[in-house]
Design a protein around this ligand. Structure first.
Ligand code: ADP
Length: 161
């Protein structure tokens, strides 16, 4: 069975992430979308909230599971017995950063963990969790960026109804 992990902040999940999830779930038998508990970032949603949002947003994909982890991806993937990490690429700016992480993970895992990149669908190339949050904080329209229930939760965080 071919399994993969899609790690990320998902603060919150956007249509860009969901597009990568849908496509990765078609390539792999089992996909675990895993929320990274990153102490260095101050998130809008807690890890528990992000996991719940992802569970709801991916409920129609039978081979997708949602989880969370802290620490190094190589330790987490080893514990899970998974050898492939999924990452999405939007632009050349993502590439440099992602290449560095992928190569570091390959080295640290002694060759055990490979990264598979899926390139963004063009309609989501502009989308990022940070821009969605910025637009929502000014009560702007984010309906083309995230599912309706996610948009509601974001507006609530910013005190918009
Ligand atoms: P990070 O894990 O870097 O904190 P995110 O949770 O925002 O960031 O993203 C997780 C992964 O999804 C990253 O590989 C990122 O490049 C990718 N990604 C984010 N937004 C999109 C998008 N609109 N289209 C394709 N991939 C995306």
């Amino acid at each position: 069975m071919k399994a993969a992990i899609y790690p990320g902040s998902f603060d919150p999940v956007t249509y860009g992430h969901l597009d990568i999830i849908r496509r990765a779930a078609e390539i792999f038998d089992e996909l675990t979308v895993s929320v990274l508990n990153n102490q260095l970032k101050t998130p809008l949603f807690s890890v528990e909230e992000r996991v719940k949002i992802l569970e709801e947003a991916t409920k129609d994909f039978p081979n997708v599971k949602v989880d969370s982890f802290s620490g190094l991806l190589i330790d987490y993937s080893k514990k899970k017995g998974v050898h492939v990490a999924i990452r999405g690429l939007r632009a050349i700016t993502d590439f440099e950063y992602e290449l560095q992480i992928a190569q570091t993970n390959k080295l640290l895992s002694k060759g055990e963990l490979d990264t598979v990149f899926l390139t963004t669908s063009l309609e989501y190339a502009y989308l990022s969790s940070s821009s969605v949050k910025e637009i929502a904080s000014f009560n702007g329209d984010i309906s083309m960026c995230v599912p309706e229930f996610v948009a509601q939760l974001i507006y609530e965080k910013y005190g918009h109804k």
